[in-house]
Design a protein around this ligand. Structure first.
Ligand SMILES: *Cc1c(COP(=O)(O)O)cnc(C)c1O
Length: 353
């Protein structure tokens, strides 16, 4: 792929890398590529700037939009690592297929990400826990308000130096179990990454906030009985030393962190059950003291311990609000691979040269 580079003549002042927050600052450049007449063209890295669009652009009306999220990590030796970027490329193809949008090959996807990361390498913070969060996204930009697949699209990648998603790192959060609204049903779009999924979930998130919780635990869309995901993360529970997580049945996002954790657990000889988890089974296990740990997992926060669940006015505390043994072990193993502190026995990291 030919990528034209137009250097920004006015470089921004870098933010304080000690106080980055998540997704607040953006680098000097962005990757852009257009799709018209059945092909991608004009791949370029240009100054980060607003995008001008026709008000009739289809994405504004019918939400043909998909996205991805991955990170570039800087190691102590100043090397730059990506974590399983081919999985993001494949997931985006899958998302695009579902929304009738054009595909980008694994090679082109990774080449575009790497080209931007190389140019913005001084924006990658190096302290453990911090990284350059990379956000590729694609949207329909044909002008017209008839409902059909757009004929033209734009693919953009922006990047944001970020600290860990939660201010306090591995600090257990309080989760509200949502029993009114649902996130996804089988046959819908819950198993792909598209903006529309989030538009409909924000109402539950604000409900959770009002009740003093940090995130929402979603139940299945039919019976509101089986545990699916937590906010923007997959979720796992440790009951009687067995790790439970929902199977990829079609309404769950196939997380790359989830997949990596399942590999690690197998190697650590921890028993895993990928099966439907009944919320009543979970509450009962909590009451009996058998639910010893719970955590969310995803690229943004990596691992988020869950210290408390609120379900229909019942409050349960997990592991006395402490981060559990398996939760911490997984965080240590995964984070040391991602920040290049330990060997990567899985071949998951990819050096950006
Ligand atoms: C992105 C996302 C995840 C986590 O996926 P990772 O690949 O691990 O970052 C989980 N659930 C939802 C709904 C997501 O959008």
């Amino acid at each position: 792929m030919d990528i034209r580079f137009e250097k920004n003549t006015i470089l921004k002042e870098k933010p304080d890398f000690e106080h980055l927050g998540f997704g607040k600052y953006f680098t000097d450049h962005m990757f852009v590529m257009n799709y018209d007449d059945h092909h991608w063209h004009d791949a370029r890295i240009v100054p980060y700037a607003p995008i001008t669009m026709d008000p009739a652009s289809m994405v504004f009306h019918y939400a043909q939009e998909t996205f991805e999220g991955l990170k570039a990590y800087k190691t102590e030796k100043n090397e730059i690592l990506l974590f399983r970027p081919e999985m993001n490329a494949w997931r985006m193809m899958n998302s695009n297929q579902r929304l009738c949008m054009p595909l980008i090959s694994e090679n082109d996807f990774i080449e575009a990400v790497e080209a931007l990361v190389r140019i913005e390498k001084d924006w990658i913070p190096s302290k453990k826990g911090t990284s350059l969060y990379i956000r590729p996204f694609m949207f329909a930009n044909e002008a017209g308000v008839g409902v059909h697949a757009s004929e033209s699209y734009q693919f953009v990648i922006i990047a944001s130096p970020s600290a860990s998603y939660y201010k306090n790192g591995l600090e257990p959060v309080k989760i509200y179990v949502e029993d009114e609204y649902v996130r996804a049903v089988i046959g819908g779009t819950g198993n792909i990454k598209c903006g529309g999924n989030y538009a409909s979930s924000i109402i539950a998130q604000s409900k959770a906030k009002q009740l003093g919780c940090d995130q929402v635990l979603w139940l299945d869309g039919i019976e509101r009985k089986y545990v699916e995901e937590v906010g923007t993360m997959n979720v796992m529970f440790v009951i009687d030393n067995i790790v439970y997580t929902a199977p990829l049945s079609g309404s769950i996002l196939p997380g790359i962190t989830r997949d990596s954790i399942l590999h690690i657990l197998k190697d650590q000889q921890v028993e895993v059950k990928e099966e439907k988890i009944d919320i009543h089974f979970l509450m009962e296990a909590a009451h009996d003291g058998r639910l010893s740990e719970a955590f969310g997992c995803g690229t943004a926060a990596l691992i988020t311990p869950i210290g408390e669940l609120l379900y229909k006015k019942q409050n349960i505390v997990i592991n006395n609000h402490q981060t559990g043994h398996i939760t911490r072990l997984l965080y240590d193993i995964l984070s040391s691979i991602q920040w290049g502190e330990s060997e990567d026995p899985y071949g998951w990291t990819r050096k950006v040269k």
